[in-house]
Write a protein that binds this ligand. Sequence first.
Ligand SMILES: Nc1nc2c(c(=O)[nH]1)N[C@H]1C(S)=C(S)[C@@H](COP(=O)(O)O)O[C@H]1N2
Ligand SMILES: [Mo]
Length: 329
Amino acid sequence: MLIKIPKGWETPEREATPEGVYREPACGGAGRRRFLKQVATASIVGAGAVAGLNLGMKALAPDAPFDAKKYAALKAARNPKFAAVERPVTAEAIVARYNNFYEFTTDKEKVWTLADRLTVRPWEIEINGLVEKPSKIDVDALIRQMPLEERVYRLRCVEAWSVVVPWTGFPLAKFVAWAKPLAKARFVRMVSFLRPEQAIGQATQTWYPWPYFEGLTMEEATNELTLLVVGSYGHLLPTQNGAPIRLITPWKYGFKSIKSIVRFEFLDKRPANFWNVVAPAEYDFFANVNPKVPHPRWSQATETDVATGRRIPTQPFNGYADFVAHLYK
Ligand SMILES: Nc1nc2c(c(=O)[nH]1)N[C@H]1C(S)=C(S)[C@@H](COP(=O)(O)O)O[C@H]1N2
Ligand SMILES: [Mo]
């Protein structure tokens, strides 16, 4: 009864496909295979589930215990203003082993097995464009100057799956103030690393416009929700989650939350962003979570909680409308 769902790389003619194109959102690819393997024990299973209806997905179980001790502790007080109280925090064994990080692989459950090849320290960050003075700073020197806090945020991927994560970091607004952009700067562009020798997906998936890049308006960048993240679950970030420094914009689809940033550029014109360049009809610049606007190939009304496999309603702005809705009036 197993239906073979081909992975992107098994079918050469499908090579140039963007996030989720040939694999179903939420339960696609390897995740669905794991689900199918567990079919015998799952109660929700019927022909509909196998045919791909959104009947649920059995919770992912890690293959081996996740070893958080590998990462140096990074303690910061939790900010009580940011707690996703309606859902429990997702187990780190899931958040660290179900990832989108195309620089390594499109197989969400394999990213973690490849990501450690990336050297994340020392790590230099470049600041340029419309700033008083272009500069470079080591990530740890930057962290020492910034006020760290912990925030629990929902992360909602455009593929309609989500997790809840305690991130440690500092507001991007603090970084912007430190970087001193000129008054005419209206956007910030962020760029990831380019190291095909360490990131196998960059070496093999040459049709993507590496390195990964993203952008925000200055109003979005300095909104209080916008976080530069350097840790999770009380320790330094695992590489697969975007070490040593990544963005988190929790009201936007996950692809805006660029990982492993090496450069910030301040601009007066709106920059392009990776997924909009790859598939302009499917991914826009703003990418605000909106249950009413379906993706061209699937509904965005609900999402799969990766921890439980349950389908839950998607909230406008991923539940953060009070913080950001005014930006889009
Ligand atoms: N550099 C880079 N950043 C990235 C991605 C990527 O492929 N490369 N994927 C994005 C997508 S689509 C999502 S959903 C989130 C996933 O973050 P997580 O793996 O920590 O849950 O990272 C985003 N940031
Ligand atoms: Mo995503």
